[in-house]
Design a protein around this ligand. Structure first.
Ligand SMILES: *[C@@H]1O[C@H](CO)[C@@H](O)[C@H](O)[C@H]1NC(C)=O
Ligand SMILES: *[C@@H]1O[C@H](CO)[C@@H](O)[C@H](O)[C@H]1NC(C)=O
Length: 403
């Protein structure tokens, strides 16, 4: 009896130890976040083991999450939901049922998941799109672009770009009864990256006559030049998205060759001949003082040119919208950026907000002091984390007012 109880205590302690992770004290409902984080961590360990044993790629195991969270397209009383293809790219469409006389708004949405995982049919993304569609009376096109490691850059970008370009044709907009002057792009995390890249590329595409009304970027990933920003240092072990997982996602976007990941981990992947690009991610000038505290800007450390020659994508503004020159940013539409304090990607969003403002683009930058990466994707019912609901509410409110 005593021995059994002892074993039980040990087992309980080990489980509690495994689940426990330090959570910043201003985050609400820390146990919910810890449990979610423990599930993700377990998947990560399974992925590492499967990869080490040669059974599967790490990302195939993380993909189990998208698979278990998958929902078939299901219409409800407010929204008609259907899967279809735009220009050969899979999309999930959300069409409001409410009868309206005039034309409707539209949101082109790109889900997150580090270019490697995620699906427009995941409960959380389906929930967000459904809510967007019914609250804004908007057509939502949620794009299922192809993922790494099977497909690398620029496939993800090209998929969202072709689907967007297809939708922006006047005859297609009119088929869905969409007002051509009220279309925006939006996305979270890797999807925020794709939204920013699509908005930039559309500016120089003479074949597209219908312009975007707005772009909304939810904790976007915007650059791979400097992976040692204060936010990467401060949040390296934060739940949901650690620095090492983000580096894994970034490197996997370009190649499965582990040498790129290793170079990125030591932040020596950019060769000196590309040094001029560092002006666009110079956090010494682009970040507010309160975020810099405790960190000293030292300038870049350069690596060998071999990786940049083999995988030039990481220097391409279509993968790193922060690397676009100012002249290119000038024509961008009004922009919403959400950043979270406890997020490795926080400083990417801050720097893009600074650069867009300097280029004369109207920017609404919402910064959540109690936010963490992925906060919006843990909301699939009214009972879920309050911070996620609040941030989703802010994002939808902005769209309501600017789209
Ligand atoms: C449909 O919209 C109404 C009014 O906004 C809302 O109360 C209801 O919960 C919505 N239904 C679903 C299934 O979301
Ligand atoms: C970054 O900005 C600081 C301050 O203006 C400057 O001293 C430094 O040379 C800049 N670094 C780069 C790489 O542009």
């Amino acid at each position: 009896m005593g021995a059994k109880l002892f074993c039980l205590c040990i087992a309980f302690t080990l489980v509690a130890y495994y689940i426990y992770s330090p959570i910043p004290e201003n985050i609400e409902q820390p146990w919910k976040l810890m449990l979610t984080s423990a599930v993700l961590r377990t998947l990560g360990h399974m992925g590492e083991a499967a990869e080490w044993l040669g059974l599967a790629n790490y990302m195939d195991v993380l993909m189990l999450l998208s698979a278990t969270e998958y929902m078939a397209p299901t219409s409800d009383e407010n929204v008609t939901v259907a899967d279809t293809e735009f220009s050969g790219v899979a999309v999930r469409l959300f069409l409001p049922k409410k009868p309206t006389e005039g034309l409707r708004r539209a949101v082109l949405y790109f889900h997150g998941g580090g270019f490697c995982v995620g699906d427009a049919g995941m409960k959380a993304y389906d929930f967000l799109a459904r809510r967007t569609s019914s609250q804004l009376n908007a057509v939502v096109v949620s794009v299922n672009y192809r993922l790494a490691p099977k497909y690398h850059f620029p496939v993800q970008f090209e998929d969202v770009y072709s689907a967007s370009k297809f939708f922006l044709q006047s005859r297609v907009l009119s088929q869905y009864r969409v007002d051509p002057t009220r279309v925006c792009v939006a996305g979270d995390s890797a999807g925020g990256n794709l939204a920013a890249a699509v908005a930039q590329k559309l500016l120089e595409d003479s074949e597209v006559t219908n312009k975007l009304k707005a772009q909304a970027l939810v904790y976007p990933a915007l650059q791979i030049l400097d992976l040692n920003l204060p936010s990467y240092q401060q949040n390296a072990d934060m739940p949901i998205l650690s620095k090492s997982l983000m580096i894994r996602f970034w490197s996997e976007y370009f190649t499965s060759d582990p040498s790129l990941r290793e170079a990125m981990t030591s932040n020596r992947h950019v060769p000196a001949q590309w040094g001029h690009l560092f002006q666009f991610v110079n956090w010494s000038t682009l970040l507010p003082d309160r975020l810099k505290k405790g960190h000293v800007y030292t300038g870049p450390a350069f690596g060998s040119p071999a990786l940049a020659e083999k995988y030039p994508g990481f220097l391409d503004p279509r993968a790193a919208p922060l690397l676009a020159a100012e002249a290119r940013l000038r024509g961008l539409p009004p922009t919403y950026i959400l950043t979270c304090q406890h997020d490795v990607l926080r400083d990417d969003g801050f720097m893009y907000a600074s650069r867009l403002r300097a280029a004369g683009v109207p920017v609404t930058h919402e910064h959540a002091e109690d936010g963490f990466h992925g906060a919006l994707t843990f909301v699939t019912s009214p009972a879920d984390m309050a911070v996620g609901h609040r941030l989703m509410g802010g994002y939808l409110q902005w769209l309501e007012e600017h789209l």
